[in-house]
Design a protein around this ligand. Structure first.
Ligand SMILES: [Zn+2]
Length: 171
């Protein structure tokens, strides 16, 4: 019943290259009952009810760990630490997703605001919102304001303190 509308063309401007609407059904779709069993109540409230965690309370808003942020609901890789920046807004902020086809954009007019909701393209779970033109000086001038609780960080291989200083890693 409650099919959400897919992204309309007026999604972020840089999202143009592969602007084909993500009309594919969510590969990781479960019923809300199944999600409720799989997720904690806090996760469910944000991921499946489009809730928002309180700022400065999530585990990643101030994280500088290198790695990949995956959807906490389905595990799809959505963001990277490479695109994360310090917005000081209290939520993890990215200037771009890992790839445009990893997320979908939904027009959100709740709370009397015109916002663009960001969802996981894999399972349709709520991630946060994307804001534009705030002057953060990032390459895209976009801020993907994402709930920590919607994400799970997989740190990249941290070189262990003792061994394996493999040569040839020069950039
Ligand atoms: Zn997902």
């Amino acid at each position: 019943m409650s099919t959400h509308e897919t992204a309309s063309p007026d999604t972020p401007p840089h999202a143009a290259p592969h602007a084909a609407p993500p009309a594919t059904p969510h590969t990781a779709a479960l019923t809300e009952e199944e999600w409720a069993r799989r997720l904690t109540p806090e996760e469910f409230q944000v991921l499946r009810r489009a809730g928002t965690e309180r700022p400065y309370t999530g585990e990643y808003w101030d994280s500088h760990v290198q790695g990949v942020y995956a959807c906490r609901a389905c595990g799809a890789e959505l963001f990277r630490s490479d695109e994360k920046f310090d917005s000081h807004c209290g939520w993890p902020s990215f200037f771009a997703p890992l790839a445009e086809d990893r997320v979908e954009y939904i027009k959100d007019e709740t709370l009397g605001m015109q916002r663009i909701e960001v969802r996981c393209a894999g399972c349709g779970s709520h991630m946060g919102h994307v804001f534009q033109g705030e002057g953060y000086g990032t390459p895209t001038d976009l801020r993907y304001c994402i709930n920590s609780i919607s994400l799970r960080l997989s740190p990249s291989d941290v070189p262990s303190a003792d061994a394996s200083d493999t040569p040839g890693g020069a950039a």
